[in-house]
Ligand binder design. Structure first.
Ligand SMILES: [Ca+2]
Ligand SMILES: [Ca+2]
Ligand SMILES: [Ca+2]
Length: 224
């Protein structure tokens, strides 16, 4: 094999888009009712479509598949705050995205929910309308990435205090790639708490190139 052909292959490998790893809290089961993405849910007050595992969860899965997700006295959740916790994230985050399958957001009618990522406020004033479900994704901004690298975790807090809106969440998903490079239905799914491999494409490329240079040196030395 000619050296330049070898290098061409190595450069191609180094430039290849990396896969995304995703962590999903809750499950992509259509609110426990099989509601298709971007459709309408049939929920009534007090609806609870959670599995036993979801009911017992402490990472935020307990806030999924209910109507409303957090509404004291009118749903299975006693409080007004839903919290999703992604842990063991490491410190090498240079990009990432969050995805939510959300239902029934009516900010202008009932007041917006206040949502933060590691305490950093996000704009969640959505007006999707009664019964409407929407899968939304957000590329993580630099301040959020910095906070993940500082903490090794991402805590999403959705506060209903000050809002009268009923809403639902089917799942919350964190990807270590931009939204355009993430496929929530096909990418490898890690269990919540599993460490995320945040080997950036650059690091992977350097590794591949290093191996290539070693190989070239070895071939020259032994004149293969
Ligand atoms: Ca479920
Ligand atoms: Ca609503
Ligand atoms: Ca679900």
């Amino acid at each position: 094999m000619k050296t330049r052909v070898l290098f061409a292959i190595l450069f191609t490998l180094a430039a290849a888009p990396a896969w995304s790893d995703v962590i999903i809290i809750g499950d992509n089961d259509g609110y426990g009712a099989g509601v298709p993405d971007n459709g309408n849910h049939p929920f009534n007050a007090g609806y609870d479509g959670r599995s036993d595992d979801e009911k017992a969860a402490t990472n935020g899965a307990q806030f999924t598949d209910t109507y409303s997700t957090a509404h004291p006295g009118f749903g299975p959740q006693p409080g007004e705050v839903a919290t999703f916790i992604f842990e063991n994230l490491g410190t090498g985050w240079t990009e990432g995205s969050m995805w939510f399958d959300m239902a029934d957001f009516q900010a202008s009618t009932f007041g917006p929910l206040i949502t933060t990522y590691n305490g950093i406020e996000q704009n969640w004033a959505f007006n999707d309308g009664f019964r409407t479900t929407v899968v939304r994704f957000f590329d993580l901004q630099q301040d959020v990435l910095d906070s993940i690298n500082a903490l090794g975790s991402l805590t999403v807090q959705i506060t209903r205090a000050g809002s009268g809106d009923f809403y639902g969440i089917d799942y919350a998903l964190l990807s270590n790639r931009l939204a355009e490079d993430t496929d929530p239905n096909n990418d490898p799914i890690l269990k919540p708490g599993d460490p995320v491999a945040v080997s950036e494409p650059g690091t992977l490329g350097i590794l591949v190139m290093g191996l290539g240079l070693l190989l070239v040196g070895w071939r020259r030395r032994f004149a293969l």
